[in-house]
Design a protein around this ligand. Structure first.
Ligand SMILES: [Mg+2]
Length: 457
C-alpha cells in the first residue's frame, strides 16, 4: 500500500530516521520541522497520514493536531502522535486533541507499519465517501456541517473468553455506555451484527481464538464497518500487529488505563459517527436526486436520464419503447374547492394507483404539478395504449377519498401515448405524447389518445 506521509519533528535526526524507514517501504515522504509549516504542508500536499511529534518549541503537537482537525481542508487526514511521552494521561490528551493514534519513540517498525496500514485502509473508505459528498454538493444538494462529536448511549459488545477479565474490563468503561458481555466466541460473532456501535475484543484470554472473531466480524458485510478495539498484552506485539492487519481499528495494552481506553473508544465512536453520517447523507442525497418527495415516484430529472437511455436502445434496434403522459382532469378545481391538502392527497392516491398498474420494468415519474409520465420499455404503441387504458380505468372506476371528513371525489385522467421512433430523442417523443394528451383533453377528457405519427418508422 503506497501512500504519502507527512513527517513532523523539530529534530532533524528524527525526521531523517522515520523518512528512511518509510521510504524503504515505498512510502512517499513529505517533511516539516515545526507546527506552522506542518499545517501549511498538510493543506498543500494533502498527505494520506501525518506522523506528528508532540514536543516541539512554539506550537506543540497537540495544538497542531487541534488546528488540523478543525480545518475542513485537513480534518480528514489521520494523525499519529509520535513522542517520547508514554504516560497514559499524555495519550489521552493526544487522542482528545483529535489524534487518531499514538506511537512512542523509539518507533518500532512492526507497530508503525501495522498502524499505518490500518489508518490508510480507513482513509481510503472515508476519501471515497467524501468525494461522493463533494459531487452531491456540486449537484446543488446542500449538506450541513453539523457533525456531532458527542457519543452518548453507545452500545458496546465486549467479547472475552474469561468472565473475570471481562468484568475487569467492563469496570473500566464509562457509565454512559451500554455494555453487553459475551463469553462464547460463536455467540459473539452472531451478536456482532445486532447494531453495536463498537466491539471490544479481549485478545489476552488463553485458549480463546479472539483473532478469529475479529476476522469473522470484518469479513461479514453487515459488520465490516463496525469499529473493533482489541485488548492485548504489550509483550505480544506480533499479536497486535496481526490484529491490526485483520482490520482491528485500534489496540489498548494491558494493564488497562481507563482514561486511555475511554479516549480510544471515543475516537472510534466519533470516527464511526462521521463515516455513518457521510454514508447516510450520501444515500439521502442520491434519493433526493431521483425521487419526488410528495408521491415517492421518480422525479423529472431521473425520468429524463432513463428516457435518454431508452432512446439509445430504440435507435440501435434493441427494443421498442413508449411513453405515456397522464394529466389529472380539472385538478385546479380540487385545489380551489377543497384546499391544497386535499389536492396533495389526490396526487398521492393517484401515484399509488399508477404504481399498481405498472409492470416491473415500467418507470413512473411525477413530471410536475398534476402531470405524470410513464416510460414503458419493451412496449409498442399498441401495448402502451392498453396499459394507458388500464390506468385511466383504475383512476375513474373508484372515487378518491379526501382527507378529514371531506368525503370522496370522482377523479379522471386524460392520457397521451407515443412510441419512441428510432433516432428520436426524449424531448421529441414527450412532445408528441403531450400533443396526444392535448387532443384527449380537447375531445372531452377521461380518455386515451395515441400519437400514430411515428408508428410506421
Ligand atoms: Mg520534539
Amino acid at each position: 500500500m503506497s501512500a504519502r506521509v507527512l513527517v513532523v519533528d523539530d529534530q532533524e535526526a528524527n525526521v531523517r530516521l522515520l523518512e528512511a524507514k518509510l521510504k524503504a517501504e515505498y512510502f512517499e515522504v513529505v517533511t516539516a520541522y515545526d507546527g506552522p509549516s506542518a499545517i501549511e504542508k498538510a493543506r498543500e500536499e494533502q498527505p494520506d497520514v501525518i506522523l506528528l511529534d508532540v514536543m516541539m518549541p512554539g506550537m506543540d503537537g497537540f495544538e497542531v493536531c487541534r488546528r488540523l482537525k478543525s480545518d475542513k481542508r485537513t480534518r480528514h487526514i489521520p494523525v499519529i502522535h509520535v513522542t517520547a511521552l508514554d504516560q497514559p494521561e499524555d495519550r489521552v490528551r493526544g487522542l482528545d486533541s483529535g489524534a487518531d493514534d499514538f506511537l512512542t519513540k523509539p518507533v518500532d517498525n512492526l507497530p508503525l507499519f501495522a498502524r499505518l496500514r490500518s489508518l490508510l485502509r480507513l482513509k481510503e473508505l472515508l476519501d471515497e465517501l467524501r468525494l461522493r459528498e463533494e459531487r452531491a454538493e456540486e449537484r446543488g444538494v446542500s449538506l450541513s456541517e453539523n457533525l456531532n462529536d458527542l457519543v452518548d448511549d453507545a452500545r458496546i459488545l465486549l467479547a472475552s473468553g474469561e468472565e473475570r477479565v471481562a468484568q475487569h474490563i467492563a469496570r473500566k468503561l464509562p457509565d454512559n455506555l451500554f455494555v453487553d458481555v459475551e463469553l462464547s466466541p460463536e455467540r459473539a460473532v452472531e451478536l456482532s451484527s445486532q447494531g453495536y456501535d463498537l466491539i471490544l475484543v479481549d485478545l489476552t484470554a488463553k485458549g480463546y481464538d479472539a483473532l478469529r472473531i475479529c476476522a469473522r466480524i470484518r469479513s461479514n458485510n453487515e459488520t465490516r464497518n463496525v469499529p473493533i478495539l482489541a485488548i492485548v498484552d504489550p509483550d505480544e506485539m506480533s499479536r497486535s500487529v496481526r490484529a491490526l492487519d485483520l482490520g482491528v481499528n485500534d489496540i489498548v495494552n494491558r494493564p488497562i488505563d481507563s482514561g486511555e481506553l475511554n479516549a480510544r473508544i471515543r475516537t472510534q465512536l466519533r470516527r464511526k459517527r462521521y463515516a455513518d453520517t457521510l454514508r447516510e447523507r450520501l444515500e439521502d442525497s442520491l434519493e433526493m436526486a431521483v425521487i419526488d418527495p410528495l408521491t415517492g415516484l421518480n422525479n423529472r430529472r431521473y425520468l429524463s436520464s432513463r428516457l435518454q437511455q431508452a432512446s439509445e436502445l430504440v435507435a440501435s434496434g434493441e427494443m421498442a419503447a413508449s411513453v405515456v403522459i397522464a394529466d389529472l382532469d380539472h385538478f385546479k378545481r380540487v385545489n380551489d374547492t377543497y384546499g391544497h391538502d386535499a389536492g396533495d392527497a389526490v396526487l398521492v392516491e393517484f401515484a399509488e394507483r399508477v404504481r399498481k398498474q405498472l409492470r416491473a420494468i415500467d418507470l413512473a415519474a411525477r413530471f410536475g404539478g398534476e402531470e405524470f409520465v410513464v416510460l414503458m420499455p419493451e412496449a409498442s404503441l399498441a401495448d402502451a395504449r392498453i396499459g394507458a387504458e388500464r390506468l385511466r380505468n383504475a383512476i375513474a372506476e373508484q372515487p378518491f377519498r379526501l382527507p378529514g371528513d371531506a368525503g370522496v371525489l370522482n377523479v379522471t385522467v386524460s392520457i397521451g401515448v407515443a412510441q419512441i421512433a428510432p433516432g428520436e430523442d426524449g424531448d421529441s417523443v414527450l412532445r408528441r405524447a403531450d400533443e396526444a394528451l392535448y387532443r384527449a383533453k380537447a375531445s372531452g377528457r377521461n380518455r386515451v389518445v395515441a400519437d400514430e405519427a411515428a408508428q410506421a418508422a
